[in-house]
Structure formats: C-alpha cells, structure tokens
Design a binder for this molecule. Structure first.
Ligand SMILES: NC(=O)c1ccc[n+]([C@@H]2O[C@H](COP(=O)([O-])OP(=O)(O)OC[C@H]3O[C@@H](n4cnc5c(N)ncnc54)[C@H](O)[C@@H]3O)[C@@H](O)[C@H]2O)c1
Ligand SMILES: N[C@H](CO)Cc1c[nH]c[nH+]1
Ligand SMILES: [Zn+2]
Length: 446
C-alpha cells in the first residue's frame, strides 16, 4: 500500500519536461525532434573558452617556464619554482602508499596489461601477386605526453590506463603531468603508479599549462609528439587547440558521462549507484537514464535521492544531476535508438538479454552488460581503458588502446618480375594524371 502510494506520487512528478525538487529533468515519451535538446551536454563548447585557452597557450609558447609558473600560481594557487618531481619525491611516495593500495594497483595493472597486450598485432607479409609483397609494422610513438587529472580528485587509475599501453607500445620518452596540490605536491598514488609504468619525466603541472608545456616544450619540459589523457573542459579545449599546431592527441576526453538503459529486469539500487558514480566526477558531468518503464524510473529516482545523501562528493553529484535526465521511452527499440543518438562515453545495458541489445550499439565509448557489470569496474580494473570520448565524440572516435600509442608503417618490396606485372598499370595511371616523372620512375626500370 505504502509502496503504491510512493509510486503514485512519483508518477505525478513524471510529466513532460518539468523538473521538481528532484534535480534530474524527467521526460515522458518525448517526440524525436526533442531528442537533440534532451541530449545536449552541459559542457562549454570549444568556442566559448577558446580565446581564453589560446591566450594561455600563446603565453607558454613565448615565455616557457616563466608562463607555467605564472599560470600555476593563478589557477592552482601555488608558487612553484621547480616543476619536476625528484627521485626523492618518488621514493617518499612509495613509502606513503599502503600495502593494500599497492596490491589493488598491481591487480588492476595485471588486468589492464593482459587486455592491452592482447591488442598487439603480428606482422603479416602479404604476397599480393608474385613478386609484390606488402606488410605493415606497428612502431611505438617515440615521445608521448600523459595528462593525469588531479583538480578535484587524484585520478591515479589514469596513470595505468595511459602508461601501460605506452609501455607495451615501446614509447621511449613518457612525459607525465598532473596538477600540484596546495602543498605543491602530487598525490603519492599518482607518483607510485607513474614509477610503475616507467614514466621518464614527471611534472607538477596541471590544466592548460600542462598541455602547452608538452606541446611546445619549455626549459624544463620536453616537447612530445602526441598528448594523451582526460581532463576538465580547459584541458580538453587546450588539447583540441594544440592539434592545429601539428601535435597529435588521443581524442576529446572531457567531463565523464554515462547512459544507463534499463527495463523492469534491472535492479533499481544498482542503476542509481551507477548513475551517481559518474555524477560525482564533477559538476559538468552528465548521466542519463533511458527506460521503457515508468515504475522502474520511479524506483530508480527514489534510490538516487537516498544514495546521494551519503556521498562525500554530494555537491558535485547534485550539480551534475541538474544537467542530467530521466527519459521514459516507448519501447526497447526507442531506447536503443536514443542511446545511439546520444553516443555516451559509457553505456550500461541493464535490459533483458543485454547481449542481444549490445548487438545494436553503434555509438558508445565503452559498454557494460548486465546487472553485475558496474561502470566502475572499467574505470579501474576490468582491463578495458577508461580514457574515452565524451560529448558525442564516440560517434567517430575510439577510446585509448594500444593503437593510440603506435603508428603503423607500411612496407612493400617488389622483384623485377613483380614490377613487370604492374609497370604498365602504373604508367597508364600516372600519365593520365599528367605526372610524367612518376611514369618514368617505372619505365626506366622495365
Ligand atoms: N573522458 C574520460 O576518459 C575521463 C577520464 C577521467 C576523468 N575525466 C574527467 O576529467 C575531469 C577532471 O577534472 P578536474 O578539474 O578534477 O582536474 P583536471 O586535472 O582536468 O583540471 C585541473 C586543472 O584545471 C585548471 N583550471 C581550473 N579552473 C580553471 C580556469 N577557470 N581557467 C583555466 N584553468 C583552470 C587548473 O590548472 C587545474 O590544475 C573531470 O571532468 C572528469 O569527469 C574524464
Ligand atoms: N569515469 C572516468 C572516465 O570518464 C574514469 C575514472 C577514473 N577514476 C574513476 N573514474
Ligand atoms: Zn569514473
């Protein structure tokens, strides 16, 4: 009876586009032309902060360490003269990390290692036709830069996610940057993990400063060829801007997000915990529930409210829930369609027969199937990478993997017989393109 009453009251709340005290906006069977606005992210677009970020980058390019020092003082509120982490600081960090945390890190390390090692491709030499052989070889990018977020939480798990594939790829120089705290230090777990993955240079630099330092190089930081890692909107926009200057990046990996697809087979308390797990990342995170069952939505809503109360990062989660949505859709097909439209960083499928539903997913960073696969396992230790495209970029980008740290160089070798076979074809094509010298390079050999 009590249950029915609660359910009745909740169903009164579920009306089109009206938010009540519950911070998430609730939509009941929205029309398809409303999906775009429902799926809008709360993050700044590149344009909104572009000029601010570009000014900081320009200053770093021009003034190097002096600019890093100034912006570290402005944004991180600490006046540092030396940004490089010393071997003494690494040794000290190793003592500060408890044995139980070391054990957990090593466990996660092994699983991430196994999954990323499985991505190694063996060289396959293909004989196209007699005398023409082609092959492709993976070579690690020599100098890479890893950004480890540390503004509101020390994400040492990101060190494993970036450092392990960098190491497997054989990257020679691995520069790592993370913001200093108010004491001018980096969290010991970040330093412990950085040492474990073999980072070659570690710097106490955060935000735009870190991306600029690794992109341009300064007196103390070496310039790298590709920059990896997640971060807040300033970090993400800085990464997007330095791309214009010829530095590669992994992808835009901004504020965390999760979509949960749930039907009556889900466990509401599990779904609520999953939504809150990404909401607690920061005020610009976004979480979305898509369901075909109003009763299920009510139960999850009650659980979210209950669980939110006990979170130490309640303020962040509450703010992020204000940007978040509960969407009640007509049926399973509509749930899958909206999920592909949204293209979430993380996607949890808490639907009946999740494997079948997963077959229909075409846009998502990383997918978690069934009631016993919380998104947090992918954040830390299942083996998959947690550096993933946000803001709808999962439509075209993949998350970080071993591939992100390597270039694939193609090779070919022809015998005289092989050249005889394709010579006329190349000459014909080159002359039609009016490139006589191309044709001659073949003709002189025939
Ligand atoms: N997509 C992914 O794969 C993924 C993975 C992990 C974390 N994340 C996200 O990373 C983010 C981490 O954010 P964070 O802020 O805690 O740490 P952060 O390290 O990304 O950013 C902190 C830095 O931002 C800079 N900064 C702060 N306010 C500024 C301002 N007004 N102007 C210029 N610079 C400013 C400071 O220099 C500070 O050092 C979260 O949004 C989290 O959701 C994403
Ligand atoms: N969920 C984040 C990616 O969006 C990764 C992370 C690190 N630690 C906890 N979570
Ligand atoms: Zn997370």
């Amino acid at each position: 009876m009590v249950c029915q009453k609660i359910s009745f009251l909740c169903s009164l709340f579920i009306q089109k586009k009206i938010a009540f005290t519950f911070p998430m906006k609730i939509y009941n069977q929205p029309a398809r032309n409303e999906w775009e606005s429902i799926c809008t992210r709360p993050t700044f677009s590149l344009k909104q902060i572009e000029s601010q970020v570009q000014n900081v980058l320009n200053s770093i390019k021009e003034k190097g360490d002096t600019a890093i020092q100034k912006f570290t003082k402005d944004f991180d509120k600490i006046d540092l003269k030396n940004f490089k982490v010393s071997t003494e600081e690494i040794a000290e960090a190793e003592n500060l990390v408890s044995d139980s945390l070391k054990k957990a890190i090593n466990h996660a390390y092994q699983n991430i290692l196994v999954f990323h090692q499985s991505q190694i491709e063996t060289v396959k030499k293909i004989e196209i036709t007699k005398g023409i052989t082609c092959w492709r070889k993976s070579v690690g990018i020599e100098k890479v830069g890893l950004y480890i977020p540390g503004g509101t939480a020390p994400l040492f798990s990101t060190v494993l996610m970036l450092g392990i594939p960098a190491k497997i790829a054989g990257c020679k120089k691995i520069v790592l940057c993370s913001p200093p705290n108010k004491e001018g230090k980096i969290h010991p777990a970040i330093l412990y993990a950085a040492h474990l993955v073999g980072a070659t240079d570690i710097f106490k630099i955060g935000g735009i400063q870190a991306i600029g330092a690794m992109a341009y190089g300064t007196e103390s930081v070496s310039k790298v060829y590709k920059i990896f890692g997640p971060g807040n909107q300033y970090v993400t926009v800085a990464k997007q801007l330095i791309q214009n200057e010829g530095i590669a990046i992994d992808m835009p990996a901004g504020p965390s997000e999760v979509a949960v697809l749930a039907d009556k087979s889900c466990v509401p308390s599990f779904v609520a915990a999953d939504l809150l797990s990404q909401a607690e990342h920061g005020k610009d995170s976004q979480v979305i529930l898509m369901t075909d069952n109003e009763q299920t939505a009510n139960q999850i809503k009650i659980e979210v409210e209950k669980q939110l109360e006990s979170l130490p990062r309640k303020d962040f989660a509450q703010k992020s829930l204000e940007n978040s949505r509960f969407v009640i859709l007509k049926n399973r097909q509509e749930i899958l369609d909206m999920s592909n439209f949204y293209a979430p960083e993380h996607l949890i499928i808490a639907l009946e027969n999740p494997e079948e539903a997963a077959e229909h997913i075409i846009n998502a960073g990383s997918v978690f199937l069934g009631n016993y696969t919380p998104e947090s396992v992918g954040d830390y230790a299942s083996g998959t990478n947690h550096t993933l495209p946000t803001d709808g970029h999962a439509r075209a980008y993949s998350g970080v993997s071993l591939d992100s740290f390597i270039k694939k160089i193609t090779f070919q070798s022809l015998t005289k017989e092989g050249l005889n076979q394709i010579g006329q074809t190349v000459i014909e094509m080159a002359e039609t393109e009016e490139l006589k010298a191309h044709a001659n390079a073949v003709r002189v050999r025939l």
